[in-house]
Design a protein around this ligand. Structure first.
Ligand SMILES: *[C@@H]1O[C@H](CO)[C@@H](O)[C@H](O)[C@H]1NC(C)=O
Length: 402
């Protein structure tokens, strides 16, 4: 890399870091009362607030006119036996609600509403406090006893609870319900994504995220309407080649549940498939508590409907920080993938500093540092990916007879 280019990266990184620190400081200095942030008092109504930003908050970025309209949908239902502490969650929520400027539709119990509004500040928020518990969400309604009985069948029962299953399995429904609610109030979106409220765990440079133009690229032209984007943590085992829906959810580390979505029509079709599969297997007493294992089943049933990204690099060397370079936590790689180039560059700078201090021996090597710059992985069709795992003769199994 030439010296001017390197200076440019350094500058971008410095600017991003300054913005990041500024944003975090302003959050920490923020008055604790929600009233100082929100133009309305706390109400269960779901209206989109577009009050002018106070001076301490970063101004929301305007997307170019041709950009698709994007909605992020999320929820926070505090569970008494969570594997993470309330303080940890508050920090993660601040990195999401306090920093991402994209429209957010957020579900939380009434008692948490004020905290969510305070963290969100003047950024656009539709807050829905209609559900006090995940079991109040329609597809989970009345399933407390069924889910409690199912808990005994979970091989990871020691760290899961029935209420946690309900939170996971509510996601596809909440995603489409948010789109419906927004539409009923005159707000149309071209894409909607479920985004776990606790998925921004560290300081980051993402703001107008996911970048609308990147989203267009990821979905590609033409058939975008039918597709759901869902990141994969791994590939199904070869033994899944003979999987059929009668076997139930596929218990393997394949899909991630933290982030998924697409155009409204695809999101609705995905939710319909998800609950058809869930209800059928719940009725026969199978374990359906883990959304990822249900997503896995849908990936095998309808691979042509999904697009994905995998954090894998056939060219990774043993001394490399990660398969695609220094990209932070691989589980959240999609955050980088879906960001605009300026934000990706700022993240590379952050991770580059981490990588350099983690490998002192190589710190002085410009070649090595250059090699660790986080790379952009290709987005692929799940049908193509599964054919590469199972062999060219593989075809998706027939859906479950009802
Ligand atoms: C919250 O969401 C539910 C489900 O979509 C909906 O029925 C309800 O009207 C929403 N509440 C508000 C206040 O918008």
């Amino acid at each position: 890399m030439s010296l001017p280019a390197r200076l440019r990266y350094l500058l971008i990184g410095t600017v991003a870091l300054t913005l990041l620190l500024g944003a975090r400081l302003s959050l920490h200095n923020a008055p604790a009362t929600p009233a100082a942030f929100s133009s309305t008092s706390v109400a269960p109504a779901a209206e989109l607030e577009t009050a002018p930003a106070p001076e301490t908050a970063p101004a929301p970025e305007k997307a170019p006119p041709a950009a698709p309209r994007i909605l992020l949908v999320s929820a926070f239902f505090p569970l008494p036996t969570s594997k993470h502490s309330p303080a940890e969650y508050d920090a993660w929520l601040a990195h999401f609600l306090g920093e991402i400027t994209t429209d957010i539709y957020f579900y939380t119990p009434p008692a948490r509403g004020p905290a969510v509004r305070a963290l969100r500040g003047a950024r656009p928020l539709a807050l829905n406090t209609s559900f006090a518990s995940p079991f109040d969400v329609p597809p989970l309604h009345g399933r407390e006893a069924q889910y409690a009985a199912m808990h005994a069948k979970d091989r990871e029962a020691f760290r899961h609870t029935p209420a946690l299953y309900a939170v996971w399995n509510a996601k596809p429904w909440l995603l489409t319900a948010a789109l419906d609610a927004a539409r009923a109030e005159g707000r149309e979106y071209d894409f909607a994504f479920w985004c776990d409220a606790g998925s921004f765990r560290e300081g980051h440079a993402y703001r107008a995220w996911p970048d609308p133009l990147r989203v267009l690229e990821v979905f590609g032209p033409g058939v975008a309407n039918e597709k759901i984007f869902i990141p994969l943590a791994g590939l199904p085992p070869r033994s899944a080649r003979t999987w059929t829906p009668a076997a139930g959810p596929l218990d393997a580390e394949v899909s991630e549940g933290s982030f998924f979505g697409g155009p409204p029509r695809a999101a609705a079709a995905f939710a319909a498939d998800f609950y058809a599969f869930h209800d059928a297997h719940a009725a026969r007493g199978a374990f359906v508590g883990k959304d990822q294992t249900l997503f896995n089943a849908l990936l095998l049933l309808r691979p042509a409907r999904f697009r994905t990204v995998r954090v894998a690099g056939p060219l990774a060397w043993p001394l490399d920080v990660g398969a695609l370079g220094a990209c932070g936590a691989e589980w959240f790689y999609y955050q980088f993938l879906l960001a605009r180039e300026e934000e990706r560059e700022a993240m590379r700078t952050l991770w580059g500093a981490d990588a350099a201090s983690a490998a002192r021996l190589w710190d002085g090597s410009a070649w090595w540092r250059e090699r660790q710059r986080c790379r952009v992985a290709p987005v692929v069709g799940v049908d193509t990916l599964l054919t590469s795992v199972f062999g060219p003769g593989w075809t998706p199994p027939a859906p479950l007879e009802s």
